[in-house]
Design a protein around this ligand. Structure first.
Ligand code: AMP
Length: 397
């Protein structure tokens, strides 16, 4: 990989513009989960250690070019201050111009500046060159630590990288290394687990994976569409019947590429989409006409355990069943625990990502036991789809 890290740059006395993701959940103006803030601390501290002056650039919500007080980054200053004990956090009322210059000018050694929401400017999402130049004028070096925003070519993620010497921050570095280990140059065999509701939202993902991995496990509602495509009746299950031809194409592509597809062999069915609904386990081709498939069954889990145990690398996006409503989380949780055990034993490199997937792994209590969990929703998916992420590409040029 041809991107630099902050170890490769001389930062002594330099103003370092750092693109971060601080899109934290907030209630009544108070941050309710500081995970994203905590994750950028190593980058900020390392820049300070190297004598650099970190100036943070970020978006917050979707203000669409308007100044929206509830989306002001000023609201996260207390949480950022708490995450950086002993440091002074200075807020700049704009990300360009006189207010930004004043904040940067007021920095003493060890201070950190946070600039106002980049998306208060209409140009940000248009990758406006003038806005990028306005931000670049504030500093000497650009560091991108926001992998989760790297699938967007915006002024603060792409445009600015063209104007300054640049490098990946610690979080970006960890993410890129994990992704490279999972799909770039992975140890084989590689197994991908793709679940979730619909085939239609994950077509590019499935198409890319079949050409890259040795085993593809298809679970969740989207597995129903594959069952239908093979002439199997799925009763009242969620299934995209019009996607059946596409599902067959994916199966065909997999065969040509030498990728083995694993569909559920048994399923848990119920008459209601409700927690605790009366349910039964039946063979995958025996869903009663008045029932719906809500999870994979124990035989399927057993088969997956064998596939996982025979693999060296695993990549996962999407739950194997309707995991929000127990007991239909059973297959997802059992499979997640198996992956966690194999990872802990040093037998498997495991990378997972996507909002629902992270929630499911947390529910299984194993999120810390995977090799890497990406909290970047859209960017992680686009990367799994084999797309180039403009924010990452910009770091390599
Ligand atoms: P996605 O956002 O595409 O990853 O889909 C995640 C959603 O798929 C979750 O809300 C699950 O409850 C849902 N899901 C997974 N399996 C099923 C199923 N068999 N029937 C209905 N919904 C499902």
């Amino acid at each position: 990989m041809s991107w630099k890290t902050i170890d490769d740059l001389d930062l002594g006395g330099k103003v370092v513009l750092v693109r971060v993701d601080v899109n934290v959940p907030m209630e009544n103006g108070v941050v309710t989960d500081t995970t994203r803030i905590d994750k950028i601390v190593p980058t900020i501290e390392d820049i300070l250690k190297k004598g650099g002056k970190p100036v943070l650039l970020a978006h917050f919500g979707r203000p669409k070019g308007e100044v929206v007080p509830e989306m002001s980054l000023k609201l996260i200053v207390p949480a950022l201050q708490a995450a950086l004990p002993g440091r002074k956090v200075i807020f700049g009322e704009d990300c360009i111009g006189a207010p930004a210059k004043a904040a940067v000018g007021a920095m003493g050694p060890g201070d950190v500046v946070l600039l106002e929401n980049t998306r208060f400017h209409l140009g940000e999402e248009k990758n406006d060159a003038q806005l990028a130049a306005g931000m670049a004028a504030l500093g000497d070096v650009y560091v991108n630590d926001a992998f989760s925003a790297a699938h967007r070519a915006h002024s603060s993620t792409e445009g600015i990288a063209k104007l300054l010497p640049h490098a990946a921050g610690r979080l970006m570095e960890a993410e890129l290394k994990a992704l490279e280990a999972a799909l770039g140059k992975p140890q084989r065999p590689v197994v991908a687990v793709v679940g979730g509701a619909k085939v239609s939202t994950k077509l590019d993902l499935l198409g890319n994976l079949v050409s890259k991995v040795d085993h593809l496990v298809i679970g969740g509602g989207m597995a129903n569409t594959f069952l239908v495509a093979q002439g199997i009746e799925v009763g009242k299950s969620l299934a995209e019947r019009d996607m059946a031809p596409t599902a067959l194409e994916i199966l065909e592509k997999a065969k040509t590429a030498g990728c083995t597809i694993h569909l559920p062999v048994d399923v848990v069915v119920a008459r209601e989409f409700k927690a605790g609904a009366t349910n039964e386990t039946v063979a995958a081709n025996a869903c009663p006409a008045d029932a719906m498939i809500l999870d994979a069954g124990p035989k399927t889990v057993e088969e997956l355990t064998k596939v996982f145990a025979a693999s060296k690398t695993l990549i996962w996006n999407g739950p194997l069943g309707a995991f929000e409503i127990p007991p239909f989380d059973a297959a997802t949780i059992a499979a997640a625990r198996t992956v966690a055990e194999l990872t802990k034993a040093g037998k498997l490199v495991s990378v997972a990502g996507g909002g629902d997937t992270v929630a499911a792994l947390n529910q299984a209590g194993v999120a810390d036991d995977f090799s890497y969990i990406s909290t970047a929703g859209g960017a992680f998916l686009e990367w799994m789809e084999g797309k180039e992420l403009p924010g990452v590409v910009a770091l390599t040029q």
